[in-house]
Ligand binder design. Structure first.
Ligand SMILES: Cc1cc2nc3c(=O)[nH]c(=O)nc-3n(C[C@H](O)[C@H](O)[C@H](O)COP(=O)(O)OP(=O)(O)OC[C@H]3O[C@@H](n4cnc5c(N)ncnc54)[C@H](O)[C@@H]3O)c2cc1C
Length: 622
């Protein structure tokens, strides 16, 4: 039924698995994607949206590296917003509302069109392991399939347990069964596992809502897109809406608290701190008698609607009664109740930077199985695991993104160095170098790296080079061209900036606060140069960011260089920390467990102090 031996078997066709399969196959590995339901590839388990703060940057990074999530999101988008546009460019975060069914369909089609990917629908119940090396998988039908490496991306499915009020039943997601066998085998092999929890709101019938009582939330007037390839931006969009809970809604929900698995001890594991359930919000913020709710369409045509902000595992009758008291929901009809799910994960400190496990060679973990939450976090790990599984088989150097190169680098370094005890989601605040890690320059940062390993195509690379060349030409134009007081002073006057008496370089004028590219385009020389060279909005934006934020960018580069110096100080493999008695006990214990590769990584382990680092530096002769 199968190839004699695959290069890579990817277990699970969620966001992580789909990206892992695409990356390994596009690099040339013979890849098999085994998943429990081939209809649900790239399924959005929770809200029908991609991106958002810090997550949008990750989608752009995935795209710049040659992954598919950005393209799939663009093709299935129904609304686009650039969040945080009023803040600096480091904070700009693209987000799409997506057609849930089309998103999954696009993923499936993209993978079907990818050479080297075979598909098989079944549950993987165990791994084939010989001499601490994975050599394939076994399925629940008892079939053994051989491979040189395996990427596990089981998401919320491992021993998944769904809770709705007092009812609980096995499941990996509503309507899908849980996966069994893998956790038990891995624990027997010496892996540590834990339990986490997440939840989702009810879905309702949009025809039963009164939108006239809600506040409309349209998309951007000029929608952008995720992918650096030639996907099309939206020409029309669907609106979302906003409404609020009230004291009455909270009272109705409180009536069910004694039957809530969150409060009666049935759910023991930790959920995502920044995505709390409505009962959690009412409990934690008892003084607030209103919370925002966003009403998001699930697609272009479907009437199903996602009730963002109302995630709950309260009994379905309590959910329904409370929802009917929300303004605009007086006649609401349910499609599906909200629920919570508990599942197994594996603390990610058991992984190397490549996402290969330390215990079993050629076995990789990616996605929610590593304690993360979110499609974007999962997809990016899948991409990196797929890339590194392929590179290792080819005996090539691993691709490890640094903390100043990508949010993906921050994510993986945080996971494997610090671990996580609650679902980890990305925030801009987790990145030390966020001025460098912007959504506008992900291609400039990452496409050359990906092209060098053969993943990003020549077309992508060429587009990136053109963008770099054109934006540099425009910055140089501002640097070299002077502007007369009579031309620039009206602009300065319009932004309350002091006037000048002598001509000066345009770059200097542009650097002033509140002077924007739109102002500069009012100058004839500038608009002529832009027209002559056919520069599009992407080039204008890139040049503007490079000029306006040059000081911040330069400062962060200096700090990043300092980090690189510490990254260069390598710690020998299997270093015996117990012999360094001047290290604190905690540092010895944690470094022995995590086995940091460099001094820089050691310094990021929680509990390792600057004096521990000094001891190590002295020992290593630095
Ligand atoms: C109820 C719920 C609520 C959520 N709420 C949020 C939220 O509010 N915010 C947020 O950011 N994220 C949320 N998430 C998480 C988000 O869905 C995940 O982070 C993301 O889908 C993880 O991607 P993944 O690829 O790791 O796993 P998944 O998307 O879960 O995909 C796992 C895939 O693996 C397959 N699989 C599993 N085990 C096996 C096996 N043994 N053999 C074969 N195939 C297997 C499954 O069929 C599935 O296709 C929620 C998830 C759920 C279920």
């Amino acid at each position: 039924m199968f190839e004699e031996e695959y290069d890579v078997i990817v277990v699970g066709g969620g966001h992580a698995g789909a990206e892992a399969a695409a990356a390994a196959a596009n690099l040339g590995s013979k890849t098999l994607l085994v998943t429990m339901n081939l209809q649900n590839i790239g399924q959005m388990s929770c809200n029908p949206a991609m991106g958002g703060i810090a997550k949008g940057q990750i989608v752009r990074e995935i795209d710049a590296l040659g992954g598919y999530s950005g393209i799939v999101s663009d093709k299935s988008a129904i609304q686009f917003k650039m969040l945080n546009k009023s803040k600096g460019p480091a904070m700009w975060s693209p987000r799409t509302q997506n057609d849930r069914m089309r998103f999954a369909e696009e993923w499936r089609l993209m993978l079907e069109r990818t050479e080297n990917v075979d598909f098989y629908q079944e549950m993987v119940s165990g791994l084939l392991i010989e001499n601490n090396k994975v050599v394939g998988v076994k399925t629940s039908l008892g079939i053994n399939i051989k491979s040189k490496s395996v990427v596990l991306t089981n998401g919320t499915f491992l021993n998944g347990l769904i809770h709705i009020g007092e009812k609980q039943f096995g499941g990996g997601r509503a309507g899908e069964r849980a996966a069994t066998g893998i956790t038990e085998q891995l624990v027997e092999l010496g892996f540590e596992s834990g339990r986490m929890k997440t939840g989702t709101p009810p879905r309702v019938d949009g025809r039963s809502l009164d939108y006239s009582k809600m506040i409309v939330q349209p998309g951007d007037v000029i929608p952008e897109k995720f992918s650096y390839t030639k996907t099309k931006p939206l020409t029309h969009q669907r609106d979302c809406y906003m409404t609020h809970t009230s004291a009455m809604v909270h009272d109705l929900l409180r009536e069910g608290f004694d039957r809530s698995p969150m409060f009666n001890g049935r759910i023991k594991s930790l959920g995502p701190r920044y995505c709390p359930s409505i009962e959690d919000k009412i409990n934690r913020f008892a003084d607030k008698d209103s919370h925002q709710m966003f009403i998001e369409p699930e697609g272009w045509e479907t009437v199903e609607v996602y009730v963002n902000g109302f995630s709950t595992s309260l009994p379905e009758d309590v959910q329904f009664k409370a929802l009917r008291s929300v303004v605009g929901f007086e006649n609401v009809k349910f499609f599906r109740p909200g629920y919570a799910i508990e599942y197994d994960y594996f603390p990610p400190t058991q992984l190397k930077h490549t996402l290969e496990t330390k215990l079993v060679e050629n076995l990789y973990f990616a996605g929610q199985i590593n304690g993360t939450t979110g499609y974007e976090e999962a997809a990016s790990q899948g991409l990196m695991a797929g890339i590194n599984a392929h590179l290792k088989l080819q005996e090539k150097d691993a691709l490890i993104l640094k903390r100043d190169e990508a949010y993906i680098g921050v994510l993986i370094d945080d996971l494997i160095t610090k671990g996580t005890e609650e679902p980890y989601r990305m925030f801009t605040s987790r990145a030390e170098y966020r001025t460098l890690l912007r959504q506008d320059n992900a291609d400039l940062r990452l496409t050359p790296l990906s092209h060098s390993i053969g993943l990003a195509t020549d077309t992508r690379m060429k587009r990136m080079e053109e963008k770099l060349e054109q934006s540099e030409a425009l910055v140089n134009f501002f640097r070299e061209t002077s502007v007369l007081p009579k031309d620039i002073n009206p602009i300065f006057e319009s932004v309350d900036s002091s006037l000048v008496k002598q001509s000066d370089k345009m770059y200097k004028a542009f650097s002033r606060p509140n002077v924007t590219m739109d102002h500069m385009l009012q100058l004839e020389d500038v608009s002529n140069f832009v027209k002559e060279n056919n520069f599009d909005s992407e080039i204008l934006e890139q040049a503007e960011v490079q000029i306006k934020y040059s000081g911040y960018i330069a400062k962060e580069k200096v700090n990043a260089d300092k980090l690189h110096r510490l990254e260069a100080v390598k710690i020998p493999v299997n270093f015996d920390y117990s012999k360094l008695k001047s290290l604190s006990f905690e540092a010895r214990e944690k470094m022995t467990k995590i086995q940091p590769v460099t001094i820089s990584q050691a310094s990021r382990i929680s509990g390792v102090t600057p004096s521990d680092i000094s001891v190590l530096l002295v020992y290593l002769g630095r």
